[in-house]
Design a protein around this ligand. Sequence first.
Ligand SMILES: *Cc1c(COP(=O)(O)O)cnc(C)c1O
Length: 227
Amino acid sequence: MTAASLAFDPAAARADILARIALAAKASGRAPTDVTLVAVSKLQPWEAVAPVLAAGQRVFGENRVQEAKGRWGDVRAEHPDLELRLIGPLQTNKAREAVAFFDVIESLDREKLARSLAEAAAAEGRCPRLYVQVNTGEEPQKAGIIPEAADAFLAEVRETYGLPVEGLMCIPPVDDAPGPHFALLAAIARRNGIAKLSMGMSADFETAVRFGATSVRVGSALFGARA
Ligand SMILES: *Cc1c(COP(=O)(O)O)cnc(C)c1O
């Protein structure tokens, strides 16, 4: 066996993940095209990201504004169909930069940030598609609005700040079974008339699809373990 045959192959991993997404979608009576694979490229070397881009992947998730701009700024000129999503916590002092750069921001989770995003959108003349992050496990160290405050927060984002909300996002506690968290997120979305659900990562994306995910955020299963 050669060294090359032992190396992790991100393009092959992508094909496998897309096939598993399609199977999970069909098993729950959904179309595979209902689920978008968000390739989480944070902290990955470009040698791992390039083959996935070459294989046709166009939706990528990043955790940090600076890292994303450094990595994707030039690539985007060559690939205008790229869709870049911010999935990590956003500080208000980076809101304008994030609004100018990202197509989607998935981590809207507090009033101060809603206000900053609304001001930034007005100043930039563009507004990324927005997801509200819900802390379904109510973990103190984790970002996200707690479930019982979600309805009021969504109303405030939409009415007070005039921001459209495309979807909800969650990151279940690592030690919990994810299903109940995905079901909770889906229930909050349903009663608030929200169609999109960003949920499921490397370890649980098939479960997430069964619970209605419209996008899954997959990093290590796609690119290999992060540095
Ligand atoms: C890092 C990260 C992911 C991807 O995690 P994996 O377990 O590597 O798939 C997904 N979502 C968010 C918000 C992340 O920060």
